[in-house]
Design a protein around this ligand. Structure first.
Ligand code: FE2
Ligand code: FE2
Length: 294
């Protein structure tokens, strides 16, 4: 009997196939982990705890603003990149929710960042869908800068608790892997520089005061606002010369450029180095990576 000559298998592209694999990681946060996990400094630690509190609602907003336009994307590679992006952001939100529970047990007021960021996002929610997507591309630009800084900054690695730092490194790597996805969707649905700049300014206007209020509120609830030596040291770690945030801020305006694209700044070598460091056999998260199919 004659066998059928060829079978054409049409495989749907996945996020992993285009370099954006959603990774399920079992993070462990040992009891011995100090409350002030960043160099024993309450002010700097609270800043990172606040960011962790912002991530779950923030990332759901990003996902929703991309989902609105998903049906307009016909390119298979971009569709796969979108599903990788959705998968990565969903897991980030889930894992930061777990971390936030632990931080709340340790005495941080983790309801505050959740509450304040929701107020800010509700304001941005009133913008038209394309402007919301533009705002998402700006916030993804900020997140990618934060991620790059986190992976490059030796001081961060030296100061942060070695177990706590792993969730930040995993998140940072994936932020770089998917940094162009929202922007590529935005380009497809009608990127205009005016809208992009307006969305960036609106995001900063809404979110920056909220960041200051939340940080102060959390420190006050922890009776650390007014702990002058700690506050000064923390501010200098973050905003001093060569500080963590100081090195990010000068790069924020890149977003406003006429020819901006997230991939203009190449982070491929950095990503590859960290993929090896975290997920290659013997890597820092090799045993915690549950869906490693490689
Ligand atoms: Fe994320
Ligand atoms: Fe992201």
């Amino acid at each position: 009997m004659k066998k059928s000559s060829t079978v054409t298998a049409i495989r749907k592209l996945t996020g992993a196939m285009v370099g954006i694999p959603p990774r399920h990681i079992d993070f462990r946060f040992p009891e011995s982990m100090p409350k002030y996990f960043y160099g024993g400094n309450a002010t700097a630690t609270t800043f990172f705890a606040m960011l962790s509190g912002f991530f779950p609602p923030g990332e759901r907003y990003f996902m929703e603003s991309v989902r609105q336009f998903r049906d307009r994307v016909t390119d298979d590679n971009l569709r796969a990149a979108i599903s990788g992006f959705m998968g990565q952001e969903a897991i980030h939100g889930r894992e930061h929710d777990r971390l936030n529970e632990l931080l709340a047990e340790r005495g941080f007021d983790m309801k505050a960042p959740d509450r304040f960021v929701r107020i800010g996002l509700a304001i941005l929610e009133k913008l038209p869908a394309s402007t919301r997507l533009a705002a998402t591309t700006f916030m993804e630009h900020f997140t990618a800068l934060l991620a790059e800084q986190l992976l490059e900054d030796k001081q961060f690695r030296q100061q942060a608790d070695p177990e706590m730092i792993k969730i930040w490194q995993w998140h940072a790597l994936e932020e770089l892997e998917h940094k162009a996805v929202a922007y590529d969707v935005y380009e497809l649905v009608g990127n205009t520089r005016t809208e992009r700049v307006a969305a960036a300014l609106a995001s900063m206007l809404v979110l920056l005061p909220m960041l200051g209020i939340t940080w102060s509120w959390m420190l006050a609830q922890d009776r650390q606002l007014g702990n002058v030596p700690d506050n000064i040291k923390g501010l200098s770690i973050l905003f001093g010369r060569g500080g963590f945030v100081s090195r990010i801020l000068p790069r924020l305006p890149e977003f406003m450029g006429a020819c901006f694209h997230p991939d203009n700044h190449d982070t491929k070598a950095l990503e590859s180095r960290w993929r090896d460091k975290l997920f290659a056999e013997g890597g820092d998260l090799y045993h915690e990576y549950r869906n490693n199919v490689a």
